[in-house]
Write a protein that binds this ligand. Structure first.
Ligand SMILES: NC(=O)c1ccc[n+]([C@@H]2O[C@H](COP(=O)([O-])OP(=O)(O)OC[C@H]3O[C@@H](n4cnc5c(N)ncnc54)[C@H](OP(=O)(O)O)[C@@H]3O)[C@@H](O)[C@H]2O)c1
Length: 194
């Protein structure tokens, strides 16, 4: 494996999304856990680093000696995550739908760490809704976070990325599988797949 290449481990999250009556019973959602080659002294940025996969990744990177910057909307969980992660972590409260919030994240990264070695573009929403119940708000919300947010998270921070740096977009197995009630989500994850 080349240095800087993420090592991908597939985990199984059974019924992770609380499947409803419109969904196939016993569907399992495949989830990708990113075990990146993040080493001591490296700087990682994790959107959605205040919970779930993002926080688990932040813990792993810090345990390997990396410094991490996390972004999330919820001030309580951002603060709790930074308190848990310790001096190696900084937190920014912000919404990836808002380009000013993304710029604030990178202002903080530049000030605290200087540059970025590893990016985990992870913030996302996975709301389930059957086709006939999807409205404009649902559609726009998922695309704004999962596609627009991911796009500008990368675009706005590129000047800080070191040579040989790594960018990982957290997509989903749903970008290839048809799962009832995940049509809009699947489309957003297909948009962020290679
Ligand atoms: N769990 C799975 O089985 C699975 C499978 C495949 C892919 N994924 C993907 O993995 C990623 C993380 O999912 P998870 O399961 O760890 O879910 P999660 O615990 O709900 O984490 C989602 C994270 O994204 C953040 N977020 C959501 N909307 C945001 C916004 N507008 N601006 C900034 N941050 C925002 C949340 O922060 P706040 O709470 O502060 O909003 C939270 O930290 C998602 O992209 C999801 O699509 C998950």
């Amino acid at each position: 494996m080349r240095p800087g290449t993420p090592e991908l481990v597939v985990g199984l999250y059974s019924k992770r999304y609380g499947l409803g009556r419109h969904d196939t019973q016993n569907v399992c959602v495949l989830c990708i856990e990113v075990k990146a080659t993040v080493r001591a002294g490296k700087v990682a940025v994790i959107t959605g680093g205040n919970s779930g996969i993002g926080l688990a990744s932040a813990r792993r990177y810090v345990s390997r000696g990396a410094r991490v910057a996390i972004l999330g909307r919820d001030p309580t969980t951002v603060e709790a995550a930074v308190a848990e992660l310790g001096d190696a972590a900084v937190g920014v409260v912000g919404d990836v739908r808002n380009l000013q919030d993304i710029d604030r994240l990178y202002d903080t990264v530049k000030r605290e760490f200087g540059s970025i070695d590893f990016w985990f573009v992870n913030a996302g929403v996975a709301k389930m809704r059957p086709l006939e119940a999807v409205d404009e708000e649902h559609f726009d919300h998922l695309f704004a976070v999962n596609v627009k947010g991911a796009y500008f998270t990368v675009q706005r921070g590129l000047p800080l990325l070191n040579d040989g740096g790594t960018i990982v977009l957290n997509t989903s197995i749903t970008n290839q599988l048809g799962i009832p009630s995940l049509g809009v989500y699947s489309a957003t994850k297909a948009a962020t797949a290679e």
